[in-house]
Design a protein around this ligand. Structure first.
Ligand code: S3P
Length: 181
């Protein structure tokens, strides 16, 4: 079995990728990388502004490049933007040393979590946000589902979700260094 050298978190906006990812990285002593943060750093502006000024297509191009670079790293937890893992073929093209984790959230739970975090999620910044979240999640679910493991995040705090991820990845068919778990 190939040892796992990186964990990639995918899932909808507000599924807790950043908080769970930070906790996983802390527990493993690995690096933490957030693709949205890196895109914002490179572009010099928040995600919402990139969408407004340069367009979503441009954001997606930079996101793809940034994520691909992060996936070259070892001993890293990568938190992807909600759109990245929704592109068909992405999750199935990763090697055996990469564990993909889908953090599941309901549209209601997602909106609850992103409330008050303006600037990062232009796709939900609209009066009918719940309808939009439902439609987008329904559209993306079949792609997220291809992740190696799926974890429900509703009602669980980041530490409990991280614990569950680590315990799962420590057992077969995964091969995360159990000493660290
Ligand atoms: C997006 C999710 C956001 C951010 C951008 C687009 C999406 O990241 O990349 O607003 O298409 O789902 P988070 O999933 O970290 O909120």
């Amino acid at each position: 079995m190939t040892p796992i050298r990186r964990i990639v978190l995918v899932g909808f906006m507000g599924s807790g990728k950043s908080s769970v990812g930070r906790e996983l990285a802390r527990r493993l002593g690995w690096a933490w990388r957030d693709t949205d943060e890196e895109v914002e750093r490179l572009e010099g502006m928040p995600v919402a502004e990139i969408f407004a000024r340069r367009g979503e297509a441009h954001f997606r191009e930079v996101e793809e490049r940034v994520t691909a670079e992060m996936l070259e790293m070892e001993d890293v937890v990568v938190g992807t933007g909600g759109g990245w893992g929704a592109v068909p073929g992405r999750l199935t093209s990763l090697g055996d040393d990469t564990a993909t984790v889908w953090l599941r959230v309901t549209p209601e739970g997602a909106l609850e979590r992103v409330r008050g975090e303006a600037g990062k999620r232009p796709l939900l910044d609209r009066p009918d946000a719940l309808e939009a979240a439902r439609a987008l999640l329904a559209e993306r679910e079949s792609a997220y589902r291809l992740a190696g493991i799926a974890v429900d995040t509703e009602g669980g705090d980041a530490a409990r979700v991280a614990e569950h991820v680590l315990t799962t990845l420590a057992g077969p068919p995964w091969n995360l260094n159990a000493e660290k778990v």
